[in-house]
Design a protein around this ligand. Sequence first.
Ligand SMILES: Cc1ncc(COP(=O)(O)O)c(C=O)c1O
Length: 403
Amino acid sequence: MSINTEKFYSILASNMKASAIREILKIIQSSNVISLAGGMPDPATFPTEEINEVIKQILAKNSARALQYSSTEGLTELREFILNWLAEAKEKAGLDNIMITSGSQQGLDLVSKALLNPGDTLIVELPSYLAALNAFRSYGGEMVGIPMDDEGMKIDILEETLTKLKNDGKKVKFIYTISNFQNPAGVTMSLARRKRILEVAKKFEILILEDNPYDKLRFEGEPIPSIYSLDNEGYVISLGTFSKILCPGLRLAWILGNKEIIEKIVIMKQATDLCTTILNQLIAYEYCRQNDIDKNIESNVEIYRRKRNTMLEALDKYFPTEATWTKPEGGFFVFVTLPEYIDVDEMFPEAIKEKVAYVSGSLFFANGKGKNTMRLSFCYPSEEDIEEGIKRLGRVIKKKIKN
Ligand SMILES: Cc1ncc(COP(=O)(O)O)c(C=O)c1O
């Protein structure tokens, strides 16, 4: 008989569950289901030839450095490139204000590790990115959700909630927001709300963690300054990533923030992985030095814009009038709300029978609500599959509508 491992786990590990999305992806990969579930970039957007070229050069000329350990802060040239490239960082950030991480997911983990004690409260959007919620949970963070509308988080409710939490003696550490083309809701926070959230954070002396992976994937409308760029007092920690604009396989992202916080997060990272792989950092740096990454992003935006349009048109055509959905100006996701009486978890096996998959919205709600909502991604499937997938899903939902 093999050993019972349960008794060895920490309380936090015992409470952690495998991500439901990973489980769904396993089912989908093993059958010919059209997946509107995962948030993977379209591989057609990867600059494979250019990356192949820089890998060959790096290994031929610079292998002693590329295969070595490196600094925890990250490759200086890459950090300098990012600082010069990002409008929000150009004026106000120096090398002390930026570090490289192994994906933004590691950024979320390290920020939590640096800031959260078990039982500390943090604010999240309703709904919010599942893997961030799991990172916060894994350090014992207690999440309080704030609803959103078309302009993002409702700041009046945020202020009321923070007042109440303060009166109850709760320690709130930070507000987590995905300000552009939110995952899962597809909503973008308006400029007025960005200014307000910063005022509120300052009033209550709370940090803001702005997660901005989709920033450069705007299909229409004017870019809005990030909350990070509006802040001059070091209240905002900003996460950016190469995952959605270059390729996720390099696992390269960055954190921008005030010097003291970056220093602390660097210490946390030393205990996690010593450094992000230098080979991948050199690949990204050489790619960016020798090519025009903005041009590549522009052509990627074309691909995703077409896919978004295909999904919105198909939703209009095949979904019942009782359903509503967000109309994202960028990013990867559309969020659908069905009548209250439809439980999308119960409906899931029927969708799989029709060979289409989605992610149940309730997974993204820190308060367990959202049973009648679902996230649909248009990033990975082909336009034909998006149209066919929405058609199949429309059929499944129509059977649930009460007359
Ligand atoms: C909101 C959000 N934050 C962070 C991440 C993680 O990105 P990375 O690949 O950089 O770890 C994702 C990926 O889907 C995301 O949607």
